[in-house]
Design a protein around this ligand. Structure first.
Ligand code: ABN
Length: 175
């Protein structure tokens, strides 16, 4: 290994003779500054999973999303906005979501997890009257008001007319 030591020493001495400390520092800083400008424009695949990850809504068919059996509708009580010009999570044009809602815990059979789902009513248009679902998961009769989901959640909106209901996932249940 002596030859390697000698080679290393000779090489280092040669570099030290041919370049000043200042020029080495200058080259290193140029490389650092240059890469800072170039890296953001390189066509690298950033966060590939986030860009391609599909939600359950992306993979569900229109038919599934219009059916009361779709897993996230397990505790919905109302007309599905999917059938009323909106979607499972957005109100149809001309209606506004209620700030208050009913929540349920639904089981997603695809990933085997339980999710907390919030059911907001869309308000300000006459009742849609399509795709009525009367989910009763953990619902109690009307005299137990706070455990009853047959309620017009548009009661706090300026226009209290009920149109349809959306179902948004607010978190994971106790899994
Ligand atoms: N949450 C839907 C609804 C609206 C009005 C009356 C009963 C239920």
């Amino acid at each position: 290994m002596r030859w390697l030591d000698q080679f290393g020493e000779a090489f280092t001495r040669k570099v030290a003779h041919q370049s000043s400390r200042r020029s080495v520092l200058c080259s290193i800083s140029k490389a650092l500054v240059g890469s800072a400008f170039i890296m953001p424009v390189l066509p690298v695949l950033r966060n590939a999973n986030a860009a391609t990850a599909k939600t359950d809504l992306d993979v569900a068919t229109e038919e599934e999303l219009s059916s009361c059996d779709y897993w996230r509708y397990c505790a919905v009580d109302g007309f599905l906005c999917t059938c009323c010009g909106g979607s499972a999570t957005s109100c149809p044009p001309g209606s506004e979501p209620s700030p208050i809602s009913w929540v349920g815990t639904c089981h997603n059979p695809k990933d085997g997890k339980d999710y907390l789902v919030s059911y907001h009513d869309c308000c300000g248009k006459t009742a849609c009257d399509r795709c009525y679902c009367g989910g009763q998961v953990r619902e109690r009769p009307g005299y137990e008001f706070f455990l009853h989901n047959d309620v017009n959640w548009c009661m706090a909106n300026s226009n209290t007319i009920y149109h349809c209901t959306v179902s948004t996932i607010v978190g994971l249940g106790k899994n």
